[in-house]
Ligand binder design. Sequence first.
Ligand SMILES: *Cc1c(COP(=O)(O)O)cnc(C)c1O
Length: 393
Amino acid sequence: MDKIIYLDNAATTKINEEVLNEMLPFFKEIYSNPSAVYSFAGKAKAAVDKAREQAAGLIGAKPGEIYFTAGGSESDNWALKETIQAYSSKGKHIITSKIEHHAVLNTCKYLEGHGCEVTYLDVDKDGKISLEDLKAAIRPDTVLISVMAANNEIGTIEPIAGIGKIAHENGVLFHTDAVQAYGHIPINVDEMNIDLLSASGHKFNGPKGTGILYIRKGVKTSSFIHGGAQERNRRAGTLNVPGIAGFGKAAQIAKDTMEERNIKVTHIRNCLVNRVLEEIPYTRLNGHRTDRLPNNVNFCFRFVEGESMIILLDQLGICASSGSACTSGSLDPSHVLLAIGLPHEIAHGSLRLTLSEETSMEDISFVARELKKIIEKLRNMSPLYEDFIKNHK
Ligand SMILES: *Cc1c(COP(=O)(O)O)cnc(C)c1O
């Protein structure tokens, strides 16, 4: 097993070579603190300014509305905790969905312990929230709606333009966790009425430990990290210049290549989906058929444990993920699969494959062929499957 077929790009991506090269000088020659006054700091400062423009350019924002953070989780924590704090005179009610990433869900849980009320919207069988439910959930004390742009497990794209419109008609702020969407699908903060947006560098071929929070001009949020005056007094800490330069470059590349890349990846992804659904019986595709991230596949195979599939795929050099254990370290089925209405025993048999630009048709053929064998093997060991087949003969 020399070759790795990496199909876990929703967990993290490989850094783009050009991005890495953009970063290297800021570790070596241009190591100055960009906040310093001497001219040696100028190049570092210029790199941060450029990256801010690139990060903003991908979502139609202004550079002054971009705040660099250490990743998606920090951006989500900041967006929720500090908005609720800044607008506490209006109320302490947040609306979110049941399928958010834990960076949002566990922040909501924390806030519930600190006097906030949270409404968790249901999703339909494809994983979409209902705009009617959203409207009905808005109260006079609602400060913030936080709904993800696209789901990290099942790839479903939420109706964020519709959510933003409703938020603004009702004088409520709209935050979106766009960690899976930023750099992957088109987003425009003005057209979609987004007030706050979280993104993470390592989810679109940028460096790990980098992120942004977009904060619309005029939106109040207190500082989340207290200390120095960096990031216009809103996020203390010496700027991670190499990481920021890398984030900017990755955003630039993502913007320039998005259209072509998505056509290619969608085609290869669809071939994988069609082949697996045709060749492996008792299989379900989770998530919306068309409103989904171009690189996401999520299946449930009946009578099979997700973990067993991952282990057997791993023996062939295929990196995949299962909705159940790996995210939480426990054996609870994924909260996302339960929210779309799957029973526990089916949710346990889930497999997520997330492609990259580098995933080839040959990779996909190999995976489809081996997966078929693996599922057959595991089903032949399953007493449940044996009973099922007996009863259906
Ligand atoms: C990965 C991810 C996060 C967390 O981002 P980090 O940069 O790893 O902290 C948050 N939300 C979603 C939807 C994600 O996929």
